[in-house]
Design a binder for this molecule. Structure first.
Ligand SMILES: [Zn+2]
Length: 112
């Protein structure tokens, strides 16, 4: 019985290992804390958004979102999507691609 419990403990420890937050897509060393379109100082209509998750240092954009704010709760996330959708420059496909890369990096950090 003790032996089984030890095995379970090991399994739980492995599963509860803290996940590592995704790194900035530019410097790849600092933790990403911002979602921002990487397209000059301010996004404009017709210019590719090029959304990235970034550390504070690598962001050159006046328009950005704190990731912690975006994911604060479900209401906040849908408010942000609504808010962005009202912008004439917003490319939801590009934004969605970035969210998928961000999610993938979280999952990749949990494997091994
Ligand atoms: Zn960076």
């Amino acid at each position: 019985m003790v032996y089984v419990n030890k095995a379970l403990e090991r399994k739980e420890n492995k599963m509860s290992r803290p996940a590592v937050a995704p790194k900035c897509e530019i410097c790849e060393t600092e933790r990403a804390i911002i979602f921002a379109p990487d397209c000059g100082r301010y996004p404009s209509e017709g210019v590719p958004n090029n959304w990235k998750f970034l550390c504070k240092k690598c962001n050159t954009q006046e328009y950005f979102i704190f990731i912690s704010d975006y994911y604060q709760n479900q209401r906040q996330t849908s408010d942000w999507v609504q808010h962005l959708s009202d912008k004439n420059w917003f490319d939801i496909i590009d934004f969605g691609d970035m969210l998928m890369r961000y999610q993938h990096d979280w999952e990749a950090a949990r494997e091994f």
